[in-house]
Structures are given as C-alpha cells and as structure tokens.
Design a protein around this ligand. Structure first.
Ligand code: ACO
Length: 720
C-alpha cells in the first residue's frame, strides 16, 4: 500500500475528459455531462465525442477519440451498453487512463459477462474502469463535475463514495442544504474494477479531503478494504452508512447489487475494529461530517456542558453516557473555575447550569473560562430560548468570540427553541460553525469525534501486532507449544477419507496439539482398562460407547454420567456393553470412552471462520441461549492484538456475568483470551481449516482456567 496508483490519481485530477456519446440534445445524459463539466468550471480540457461532429455548448465535437490532440485521462462513456466494448480499443489508442462508464445494463441486470469483457479489454491496455451503472465523478481539486447530477456542487472538505447512484445524487443536494461542501463524490456502481479501496488510497492523501463518507451495500474484497481503512482512519475520520442491517434489508441489498452483504454483525464489528464510524442514518452521517470537519481533535476525554436549562443539561448528560462522552467530574476544580459566573441557585457541577436568567455575556464568560482550562477538553454549549437571551447578540458572540476558538478545542453549540433559534442556527451553520438544534444529535456527533480519538490513541499505544497464543491480555506472554506436525497429520487423514469435517476424536486430538485444554479422556477396551483410566483421570467420570454404528449414544443406553468410584465404573462398563449389544447386536464396538466429568461453569463460545468477504474472523460470545437467542457475540478480523481480544470479551452485553455478579467470583478472562489466541493461530496457520467452534468453552473462576468441552472443526476438501 504505497498510495494511489497513477491511474487513480488521474481519475481525480485528469488533464482532459472525453465525453463519448456527447449529445446536442439537452434531454440526453450525454448533453448533461458536457454541460456539468462546463458549468462546474473544469480546469482541464473537455472533448465531446460523437460521430455526428458539430458543436455542443460552444465546444467542437470530435468525430472519433482518435482525432483528439491532447491527453485524455478520463473517457466518460454515455453510449448504450451494447456499444461500450467496441469503444474500448479507441480509448486505448487515444491513451485514455480511466473509463468512467455511466451506462447501465450490465451485471446489475445479469449481464456480467459483457462487463467482464470490458474490464479485461481495458486492463489489457493499462486502463481502469469506474462503474458501470454510475452517475459519474466529481472532484473539487480540478473542479471536475463529470456527472449527470446537479450542476452546482458546493466544494468543500467531505469526500463521498457511494454504491447507490440515487442516494449519491440526492446527497449532493442534501449536503449543500446542510452547508457541507464536497471535495469529491464518486459513484462506484457495479465496482467491476475500481472499488472503494482504490478510491480511499487517493482520498487518504488528498489534502482537500478532511472527512470520508461512504454509502455501502455490500463488500467484495473485504480484506483489502480492511487494510486501507486501517490506514485511512489513522489520517482522517471515515464515516460509513451501510444498508442491509435488518434481515429483510440484507435480502434487498443482495438483489440490488448482486453481491453478498455478509452478516451485518460481522461488518459492524470489523468497521469498529478499523476505527470507522458507522452512522445509523444519512442525517446522522451528515451531522457527523459537518461537526468533524469543523472542529479539532480533542486532547483528552473531559467534556463540560454549559446550559441555561437544567432539564436540557440532564438530557445532554444522558446522551453523553449513551455516546461514550466523559464528563469532567472534579467538583472542586469546577467550583473554582465557575462559581464566579453561576448564580447561587444554579450549579457548578457538570452540567454548569447558568439558569434561565443567563445572558449572552454569562455564556461568553463561562465558555471563555472553559477554553482556558486545560483539563477541559471539549465544550457542549446549550442555549435554550428564553425571553432574556437576545438571539442577535448570541449569534454575534458565538461568531466573533468563538469561531476562532474552534481551532483550540471542540465546541458544540446547541440552539434549542422556536423559529428564532432555528434561524440563528441556519445562519451560524452557513458560517461553518458547528451548530445543532437538538441535543441528542449534537452529543452523537461529539461521541463520534471521541470514538475516532479513542481509536487513534489505542493504535498509538498498541499497534496492531497479532495476538500471541497464550496471551493473557496483560503482562508478558509466553509462546505456547503448538504441534504443527500433529495438526497437519490429522487434517491430511480426514482429507484422505474425503471428509470436510473432523470426527470427535480427531477434533480432540487437534485441540490438544494446539494446547487448548479439553476434558481428559481415554478409550478403554476392557474392564481393567476402564478402571485404570478412571483412576488416572480422577473421579467423577463419564463413560460413553465408542462405535461408528451407534450415532445416538444415549438412545442405545451407551452413556453413564457422574460415576464416583471404581465400583460405579465397573458396573457402568458392563451395563453399557450389554445395552449396546441389545440395541444393535451387529454394531462394531471400539471401546468405551472414560472421560473427565466437566464441572459446571460459565458456558462461552469461541469460533473462527474463513469468511468469504473478510477472510479469517474471530468470534466470542456467551454460550447457550446467549448465543442462540440473544446473538450476544462479538467479531474481529484476524489477526487481533490482546487489547482487541479483551475488547471482544468486554463488549458483549453479558460481560458482567464474566466479571462476577451478586458476589460471584470473576471468571478466568485471561484464559479465555489465551484460548482466543490459540484458536486464532489455528485458523491463521492452517489454511485447510475453514471453521473452528469451541462450544461450550466452560470457564471457571479466575486462576482455575477453562475447558473446551466440545469442538467442531471444518476443513477444505483436498486441493481447494
Ligand atoms: N461514440 C460516440 N458517440 C456515440 C457512439 C460512439 N461509439 N455511439 C452512439 N453515440 C452517440 C449517439 O449517436 C447519441 O448521440 P445523438 O444524441 O447525437 O444521437 C449519443 O451517443 C447517445 O446515444 P443514444 O443511443 O441516444 O443513447 P441515450 O442517450 O439514449 O442513452 C445512456 C445512453 C444514457 C448511456 C443509456 O444507455 C443508459 O445507460 N442510461 C442509464 C444511465 C444510468 O442511469 N446510470 C446509473 C446512474 S446511477 C443513478 O441511478 C442515479
């Protein structure tokens, strides 16, 4: 990943754009693209191409691409689908670097073959393809509006990448009304070639772009996207709106883009892992974009709320808790800094309540004091409409006194009230002041700023080195033994048998080779062996029939639980043998398994899978109903570092159960993290393993460890 390729740089900064299918007919897209390029003040050369020749909007029309006498970095194709392929050869001969294929009628309607041939023909000549099925591309760096969307795109600092053309076109208008300017907007359509990761490579380095906003329905190459997003979020905020969160939505997405969206929960967790901010709605994404482009990074956690309304202060406090914004809490400092400005019936405790009689001057003084105090890192200034609050002077003070302060620390202004407050908010927004008219959306934006801050801080303190097997998430870590030879032998054996799954004894042996604790067990072939093995394992034990011909062991009377001593073992051995003979007298009995009886603990589940979109993914959750009904699980793309593994454990809703509730002892979380490391290592080291699931992993009190009671392992067929 060394930055954008030359083609992609020229996609955003082309020296010349040819419009193939340029038309003199204003009703046609071929006219609108030429018109937008001209109206937008494109700084390169525009080459309309149409075999009819003539002029369009005062520009000479070229009869062929081959007649063009200057560099053409983009050929924007607005000709019917059936004619696109034949034009590719001319593009190559004319030295075109990128094809921007606006035309529809390809993979989105099942015509994938033609799309592939176009991409292959372009690639053979070093050309890249954006689209097809797009509304075009806008880049403020060279004032290029090569779209058939709105003519007047407001330049600014937010870059949008969108998989939906219609949403993209609508966002051009919506961002303008929200006073958000765009550095770029790119419609990716069918992503036949150029995808989000290619575009991000440019936008990461682009000085004009401060915020990247993506509308995503499905991901094709998730592993590359993760790599580029990890790099992007270290440089600037990346906001994602992903459709298909609901089950029905996911089905709709699959039919819309023809791509598999992947489980939304996995997408959600992986985006968080990359430091991407996932917005719930377009409005939330725009709010965050506006705010994050207007304020600096905070230098620390502590926010202060200043308000003239106690109720609003409480609502803001609730929202801070919900969105992870920490409120400064040292009462003595708060009192020292603010007591001079707050009336006796107000409050200096955070929220700072100036009460309903507060004047604009009171606000100005308190905000100024907050700016000067180093321990306060961000400010929420809540103005409720009151008779005493003069809105004209409020606007003047905010603009004159605090616009410049927005380079010092983040300030969120919230103007709550009727028409007058709404008008003030609009006017201030036009001047690039981050102002909201509602408290929850304001705090949500501040929360987004802090999530980005936390991600950058955690990256700086713990770069993404992999989670070593045996890691406890804290303190020094010893590398565990991991018997690659045994693991390989087990897998080869199963593959030779034509199986894509491991049998229970194979799975147990593989767990042992990976040094994952399983219940102790041996297969006895005689009464004497059963007795000896039970003594060796320690009571109580469980006994089970081992026979390929008896699948349902309990039905056959082939299981005995909780055997406490030698006599019980001997009786059980004879009873199991007898029962199974009666059940199926032809069954081949290999022996009777004597197994450690697992004592009850907290049931958890750890899994790893080779995900089709994102590659190796790790999963953790509480077992039983927690995973089945509540879906209380967390995911990460592998590798993960110890902190990320701990985050996975701590972010499930039932985490308090692991920490110990109602006087119960804390569970062995370091051992859970260690086993997560071992399972990660299994899937990362053995390409043949496609799925591992330990369920349940029985977890005991801290220091007492865990037991993998059951393991399910899927492998690829040989040669795959
Ligand atoms: N070289 C140059 N010009 C050509 C060529 C060629 N090889 N072949 C045809 N032309 C000319 C035509 O003569 C015509 O010019 P004219 O107006 O002077 O006669 C012009 O190119 C356009 O060709 P038409 O056949 O008239 O095609 P039309 O403009 O009706 O449609 C279009 C072309 C717009 C590409 C259409 O096929 C299409 O795909 N429309 C959908 C676009 C779309 O929605 N994209 C997704 C956007 S995302 C969203 O939903 C917002």
């Amino acid at each position: 990943m060394d930055g954008p390729s030359e083609n992609i740089r020229l996609l955003f900064e082309p020296r010349g754009v040819a419009v193939v299918g340029a038309s003199a007919n204003p009703a046609k897209i071929g006219f609108q693209v030429v018109n937008n390029l001209r109206a937008g003040g494109y700084q390169g050369r525009i080459f309309p191409v149409n075999p009819r020749g003539g002029e369009i909007l005062g520009l000479a029309v070229y009869r062929s691409l081959l007649d063009i006498d200057g560099p053409v970095d983009i050929a924007c194709l607005v000709i019917p689908a059936g004619r696109v392929l034949e034009v590719v050869a001319d593009c190559a001969q004319a030295g075109v670097k990128n094809l921007v294929v606006i035309t529809s009628g390809f993979a989105e309607i099942g015509n994938a073959e033609l799309e592939k041939r176009i991409v292959a023909a372009a690639a053979a000549h070093g050309m890249r393809v954006l689209g097809p099925n797009i509304f075009g591309i806008y880049s403020s760096n060279c004032r290029m509006n090569a779209t058939f969307g709105p003519k007047d795109i407001k330049p600014g600092q937010v870059a949008i990448i969108t998989q939906s053309g219609a949403i993209g076109v609508a966002m051009i208008g919506k961002t303008a009304t929200e006073n958000i300017g765009l550095s770029a907007i790119v419609s990716v359509g069918n992503t036949s070639d150029i995808d989000e990761a290619d575009l991000l490579e440019y936008l990461i380095e682009d000085q004009t772009t401060k915020i990247i906003l993506m509308y995503i329905e499905g991901v094709k190459d998730g592993q590359r996207l993760i790599q580029v997003l990890n790099k992007a979020t270290r440089e600037k905020p990346v906001i994602v709106i992903k459709a298909g969160r609901s089950q029905r939505g996911a089905v709709a997405v699959a039919s819309h883009t023809g791509s598999l969206a992947g489980a939304d929960a996995i997408f959600d967790d992986i985006m968080r892992q990359c430091g991407v901010l996932r917005a719930e709605s377009i409005q939330e994404a725009l709010d965050w974009s506006m705010f994050l482009s207007a304020v600096p990074q905070p230098k620390g956690e502590n926010a202060v709320i200043v308000t003239n309304g106690g109720g609003m202060g409480v609502l803001a406090t609730d929202a801070c808790e919900k969105f992870g914004v920490e409120l400064y809490a040292d009462i003595d400092t708060l009192d020292r800094v603010f007591s001079g400005f707050v009336p006796a019936f107000g409050s200096t405790k955070n929220p700072i309540d100036l009460t309903g009689g507060a004047t604009v001057e009171d606000y100005a003084a308190v905000i100024q004091a907050s700016l000067e105090q180093e321990e306060f890192h961000s400010i929420l200034a809540l103005f409720c409409e009151t008779a005493g609050l003069d809105e004209e002077s409020m606007m003047r003070v905010i603009e004159e006194k605090f616009l410049a302060s927005l380079t010092i620390k983040p300030i969120v202004f919230i103007l709550f009230g009727g028409e007058k407050m709404e008008r003030c908010a609009q006017e201030l927004a036009r001047k690039k002041i981050p102002v909201f008219t509602e408290v929850v959306s304001a705090v949500s934006a501040l929360g987004a700023l802090y999530r980005g801050f936390h991600h950058r801080v955690s990256y700086q303190t713990m770069p993404a080195q992999p989670l070593p097997a045996g890691s406890t998430g804290s303190g020094p870590v010893a590398e565990d033994d991991f018997d690659d030879g045994v693991v390989e032998e087990i897998i080869r054996g199963a593959q030779a048998d034509g199986r894509s799954f491991l049998l229970a004894p194979e799975a147990s042996a593989l767990m042992q080779a990976a040094n994952i604790p399983m219940p102790r067990s041996r297969v006895a072939k005689s009464l004497a062996e059963a007795e000896a093995f039970a003594e060796e394992i320690g009571y109580p034990v469980v006994m089970k029939i081992v026979s390929k011909d008896i699948l349902h062991k309990s039905d056959a009377g082939g299981v005995a639980l909780d055997l406490l001593d030698r006599t019980e073992v001997l009786t059980a051995y004879q009873a199991i043998e007898h029962n199974c003979r009666v059940y199926n007298n032809k069954a081949r009995i290999e022996g009777i398994e004597v197994c450690q009886m697992v004592r009850p603990g907290t049931e958890t589940i750890i899994g790893a899978q080779r995900n089709k979109v994102f590659g190796p993914v790790l999963m953790f959750g509480l077992g039983g109903i927690y995973v089945e009904v509540m879906k209380d699980v967390s995911f990460r793309s592998l590798p993960v570092n110890p902190r990320q593994a701990f985050e996975m454990v701590s972010e499930i809703k039932s985490f308090p159960l692991l920490m110990g509730v109602r006087g119960e002892a804390q569970k062995d979380i370091p051992q859970i993290i260690a086993i997560m490391g071992k399972i990660s290592k299994l899937i990362l080291r053995c390409q043949e393993i496609t799925d591992v699931e330990v369920n349940p992993l029985m977890v005991y009190r801290r220091g007492e460890g865990c037991l993998a009671v059951d393991a399910r392992i899927l492998i690829s067929k040989p040669g795959r």
